[in-house]
Design a protein around this ligand. Structure first.
Ligand code: ADP
Ligand code: MG
Length: 331
């Protein structure tokens, strides 16, 4: 071992990451001459062995990021490493380290399922003796369709075949771009079971989705991007705790003229003449203190209910407020 302490610690940190991205930028140029900055200098680290969720609304830049890492789209600036391999300087090793299931399904319709996997394994130079074609077909529930042409498979079956294709070279990192969009519940669960099992055996998995609940159920870390910028990246539990939004619905004892000024900090909404909704976080104010604030504002309480915000709503809330969340990349 050579003794370059700083260098060694730098390189070992990027070696240990499944994916390591810094300053990643993508500018698309449309034919009209208009430009779209789809990624605005993203820094992101996916630890080895993690089940990582990349969340964001439609158009956030998720597919762009995934496609750059997969070598399907050229970046404008920045750097991306897969298991320490630079996607440009060390392209072959980088590609061998990753299996990607793109959002758009692309399959050659004239190959039967089994042959499609064999051909793909050949492209990756996987020796015949090391191929796991039948095992993969079984894992994705396509054993009975082994000899069916891709064009004759249902949408769900094609998606599963794409998953099997991404796995032929046994990559240490697997990326799935919105694999559950338009997929039925049963298949979704089957897919997740398989991904969990792969992850348990050490494969790093990155999943993009616009469903926070899906990411919450599967992922140990979640990053949120919006409009090409990272707005959060942390362990799932920490993020969920931070999204600790609750709503308090109050029916007042008397008609109200409007929302008392002193309650403005609870983002109130008023439904005349007596219904008031306040938003709060348990981590910031207890229900007792909140009710005191309501009484002090001169609002008598006839009835009240509280409600956890739906995660979907909270997510929209977070991404709508630019800069409201500070990102903690790599933490
Ligand atoms: P997501 O996957 O999060 O929905 P995308 O990465 O697909 O987001 O898109 C991010 C932004 O880049 C969007 O504004 C989208 O319209 C734009 N975009 C994506 N692909 C292209 C392309 N090939 N040419 C021009 N603009 C694109
Ligand atoms: Mg997408």
């Amino acid at each position: 071992m050579r003794h370059f302490p700083t260098l060694i610690s730098l390189s070992s940190s990027s070696q240990s990451a499944a994916i390591s991205i810094s300053g990643l930028t993508k500018v698309y140029r449309r034919r009209t001459g208009k430009t779209v900055e789809a990624l605005k200098g993203i820094d992101l680290e996916v630890p080895r062995g993690s089940f990582f969720g990349l969340l964001g609304p439609n158009g956030a830049g998720k597919s762009t990021l995934i496609n750059i890492v997969a070598g399907l789209t050229r970046k404008t600036a920045g750097r991306a490493l897969i298991c320490g391999h630079d996607i440009e300087r060390d392209m072959r090793a980088a590609r061998r380290s990753i299996g990607v299931v793109p959002q758009e399904l692309v399959l050659d319709p004239f190959f039967p399922a089994r042959e499609a996997l064999e051909v793909h394994a050949g492209l990756y130079g996987v020796p015949k003796a090391e191929r796991r074609t039948d095992e993969l077909l079984e894992a994705v529930g396509l054993t009975a369709e082994a000899h069916t042409y891709a064009r004759a498979l249902s949408g769900g079956m094609r998606r599963r075949l794409m998953v099997a294709k991404a796995l032929v070279h046994n990559p240490p990192v697997v990326v799935l771009d919105e694999p559950t969009a338009g997929v039925d519940v049963e298949l979704r669960q089957q897919l997740w079971r398989y991904m969990r099992a792969l992850n348990a055996k050490g494969t790093s998995i990155v999943l993009t989705t616009h469903y926070l609940e899906e990411a919450e159920a599967l992922c140990d870390r979640i990053a949120i991007i919006d409009k090409g910028a990272l707005i959060a990246c942390e362990p799932t539990e920490t993020l969920i705790a931070r999204l600790d939004h609750k709503e308090l619905h109050i029916t007042a004892t008397a008609d109200l003229d409007g929302v008392p000024e002193s309650l403005a900090r609870f983002e109130p909404s008023f439904e005349p003449p007596r219904r008031l909704t306040l938003h709060y976080r348990r981590g910031e104010i207890g229900i007792d203190a909140l009710l005191d604030a309501v009484r002090q504002a001169g609002v008598g309480i006839a009835d009240l209910t509280t409600e956890e915000s739906r995660l979907e709503d909270v997510f929209l809330h977070l991404t709508r407020r630019d800069g409201a969340l500070q990102s903690n990349p790599g933490r």
